[in-house]
Design a protein around this ligand. Structure first.
Ligand SMILES: Cc1ncc(COP(=O)(O)O)c(C=O)c1O
Length: 396
């Protein structure tokens, strides 16, 4: 046995059992773009697996921008922006993000994950403290580990618990950071930003918001959680990704000029990684343009979200506190989630089976990501399939 196999043994045993059972539906063979219908395992299925909520990754104007930029810049820039330079496209995207959030500056990272690592690592270090919502994304947790800060968590979306934690840790360390997802990636509920500000601002605690599932989605024009709550820009630092609303790749941090200047020179997830290809940046810029000039997609997304949420609730499904395109169908049983997801896939609905440790035990669910490009007919068909399979498994 190879020496490292000893530490992998337990998980490998579970994975082998899962594969042998035929219930493994992770990482399927896909042979189409990320459209409302996606070809997985050789068959078209209604796509609820992705985070490409706006469906822009296959929009003709986006594709045209990408192909023009490929002709001009080629495939990649050949290294990190610090070494190889920041293209005019990257600079334009930084300015757009800073403007979107009312910040002085922004920095483009190779991925959302790296942006979150970089933001946390930049804002807190050894001796400092990060206070993270209990359901924060893994990138935030890994950012805390990378930074070497002390980490505390508070009950999900419970501002009383946050207040108590802030009072308890007063004076323990000068530099404290509160971190939340604007929209929670598995639950689809929203961070209570207005109340958080009331608690954090007087205590001089910085808030970092992860706008991953919010940029392009939340607010009247898709500017994010601040627009949703009708808040003027405050002291928050903002991080996020282009892999959700734009269905692309890449991330960002937006904040004060000094913070961004510091990150540009010292943030290891930025400095030691190659930048996103200029053509992808051109596609992201075009996505922002489409978001503004074709507002019907944003309206359609929300119509679709309400249609599916109302439909699921009236069928008797438990969708938790979701009020976004991220919709959990709570099952609360690992084996049932895996079996149900296989049945849904066979019937033509491509969704995510989410089990521990992705979510806490007894919170296992099937996750649906709604798209602006889903037609009413596709959504109704998905509801009919969910009803049929939900009844087969005694969920409704
Ligand atoms: C809340 C949240 N933050 C950060 C990320 C990381 O983004 P990316 O996949 O673009 O690296 C994700 C992606 O799953 C996410 O859901």
């Amino acid at each position: 046995m190879k020496p490292y196999m000893k530490r992998l043994e337990q998980q490998m045993g579970l994975l082998k059992m899962l594969r042998a059972s035929g219930l493994h539906t992770y990482g399927l063979d896909v042979s189409s773009g990320c459209q409302a219908l996606m070809r997985a395992e050789g068959k078209d299925r209604i796509n609820f697996i992705s985070n490409s909520y706006m469906g822009f990754s296959t929009h003709p104007r986006v594709l045209e921008a990408v192909s023009n930029a490929v002709k001009e810049y080629g495939l990649g820039i050949g290294g990190s922006p610090m070494a190889c330079g920041n293209t005019v496209l990257h600079q334009k995207l930084s300015r757009l993000l800073a403007e979107n959030y009312g910040k002085q500056a922004a920095l483009i990272y190779p991925s959302g994950y790296q942006a979150l690592l970089g933001a946390v690592q930049g804002l807190v270090g050894r001796g400092d403290m990060a206070m993270v919502d209990a359901l924060s994304h893994r990138s935030i947790i890994d950012g805390c580990i990378l930074s070497g800060c002390k980490t505390r968590s508070w009950k999900h979306n419970d501002t009383e618990d946050l207040k108590a934690l802030i009072e308890r840790t007063e004076g323990k360390t000068e530099n404290r950071l509160v971190v939340v997802d604007s929209v929670y990636s598995m639950d689809g509920d929203l961070a209570p930003l207005p109340q958080m500000r009331e608690i954090c601002d007087p205590a001089k605690v910085t808030i970092l918001i992860d706008e991953a599932h919010s940029l392009g989605i939340m607010g009247k024009t898709g500017k994010g959680l601040l627009e949703h709550f009708d808040l003027v820009p405050g002291n928050e630092v903002v991080a996020g990704t282009f892999s959700k609303f734009a269905g692309a790749v890449g991330g960002f941090v937006a904040g004060d000029e000094d913070l961004i200047e510091y990150l540009f020179h010292y943030s290891s997830p930025f400095v030691f990684s190659a930048s996103i290809p200029p053509a992808v940046v051109a596609g992201i810029l075009a996505s922002f343009d489409v978001l503004q000039s074709e507002p019907q997609w944003h309206e359609q997304l929300w119509e679709n979200v309400h249609f599916i949420l109302d439909g699921l609730k009236s069928l008797g499904f438990d969708t938790g506190n979701s009020s976004s395109p991220v919709i959990p169908v709570m099952i609360r049983d690992t084996e049932k989630v895996l079996r149900m997801n296989r049945r849904l896939l066979d019937e033509g609905v491509y969704a995510s089976p989410v089990v521990h440790p992705g979510v806490p035990l007894k919170k296992e669910r099937i996750r649906l990501g709604v798209m602006a490009t889903h037609t009413q007919e596709q959504l109704q068909r998905a509801l009919d399939i969910l009803e049929k399979v939900g009844k087969e498994f005694d969920v409704i």
